[in-house]
Design a protein around this ligand. Structure first.
Ligand SMILES: *Cc1c(COP(=O)(O)O)cnc(C)c1O
Length: 365
């Protein structure tokens, strides 16, 4: 059989290794000048036009972002259930209650009308996820937030460079988090970047990530150690130079799939949206798990199911969602399969993926 095609593959090259070596040789490895430079460059690169604060994971970014924004006990934050558990977890970690709301089926993002129906006197904010690298219906959510005087936050963990109506994701919310986990569109090893809408939030984030200190040993608040190291920042700075090429490759791979896949539902892209294809996610309405197994066992094509269990049904988060019933979320969890779309695929890989998907879809039809 052909070599296995993995569903994701981080690209770490000679330049990243050299950057790490440079930091290691300097002897200054903790948060310092590399992190500061990375924050500036990240904001400029993605046209965020706001301060960026680096932390040691995307999850820490969401958690500290919510705390900096003043979210706490007694507050409700509206989140999707069809996402990675870190989204809802961060709300719980901030002491607030996640309210799980359904997605709409095209973008896999929060359904604005369902969001509006879920607002209560305790609702503090809305935290949409730009899932798979496609922007959520963020302009509609922004209008709802304004109308009801709620905050808007963004989980942009998967959406570096995505935009809607020429506005980059990460510029809509009070804060927005981008993850740098190895399988995301770019990596620093581990890490998170939080874009914030004002200097007060930036300062609150910097205090929270560093034991409440801006000046050494003058601790102002009780904080965490959520600092990024200069080693990680050095990797991220190199990856910033490559991310645009990688995104274009993802988009080219996706266009080839769009044109050539048969027998599966390919992912729609909304008008005025730029999709950065963290995942290329199709729907397989019948026997998705059999489809995944056949791709792997008969064709050596890896794929992923993101996410098989809606968060409101996870043992960890279910206690926050006793009466929840989310039809589109359940359907997506049953039907989705993400195919390899990452920039390390060769042309032959792409063709093999198409051949495999079409053969398995045909056999199952
Ligand atoms: C990866 C991810 C996170 C968490 O980011 P980490 O850097 O892994 O902590 C949060 N939300 C979503 C949607 C993600 O995909």
């Amino acid at each position: 059989m052909n070599d296995f095609i993995p569903p994701a593959k981080p690209i770490i090259g000679e330049e990243e290794r050299a950057a790490v070596d440079r930091v290691l040789r300097s002897g200054m490895v903790a948060q310092g000048s590399e992190v500061a430079a990375f924050e500036t460059e990240f904001g400029q690169h993605f046209h965020l036009d706001r301060p960026v604060v680096a932390v040691n994971s995307g999850t820490a970014g969401l958690h500290l972002g919510l705390l900096a924004a003043g979210v706490g006990p007694g507050d409700e934050v509206i989140v999707p259930s069809f996402t990675f558990a870190a989204t809802g977890n961060s709300v719980v970690l901030a002491g607030a209650t996640p309210v799980f709301v359904d997605i709409e089926p095209r973008t896999f993002g929060l359904d604005p009308s369902a969001v509006e129906a879920a607002i209560t006197p305790r609702t503090r904010g809305i935290l949409p996820v730009h899932l798979y690298g496609h922007p959520a219906r963020i302009t509609e959510l922004e209008a709802i937030a304004q109308k009801h005087e709620l905050a808007l936050y963004e989980d942009a963990a998967q959406a570096h460079g995505a935009s809607l109506e020429n506005r980059p994701v990460g510029t809509f919310g009070e804060f927005a988090m981008f993850s740098l986990y190895p399988t995301k569109n770019m990596t620093s090893g581990e890490g998170g970047m939080v874009a914030v809408s004002n200097d007060g939030l930036a300062r609150a984030m910097r205090l929270l990530r560093n034991q409440g200190m801006e000046r050494a040993y003058a601790n102002e608040i009780v904080g965490f150690n959520a600092r990024m190291t200069d080693i990680h920042a050095a990797i991220g700075r190199v990856q910033l130079k490559k991310i645009d090429d990688w995104t274009r490759t993802r988009q080219r791979n996706a266009a080839f799939f769009d044109a050539n896949l048969r027998g599966v539902v390919v992912p729609p892209v909304e008008a005025a949206a730029v999709h950065v294809y963290h995942q290329y996610t199709v729907r397989v309405p019948e026997d998705r798990d059999g489809f995944v197994a056949a791709l792997r066992d008969e064709h050596g094509v890896g794929s992923g199911v993101y996410y098989p269990t809606p968060n409101h049904r996870l043992e960890s988060l279910a206690p926050y969602a006793p009466q929840t019933n989310l039809v589109e979320t359940e359907r997506a969890a049953r039907e989705v399969v993400s195919l390899p779309v990452h920039p390390s695929l060769s042309e032959a890989d792409i063709e093999r993926i198409v051949t495999a998907v079409n053969a398995v879809a045909q056999a199952g039809a």
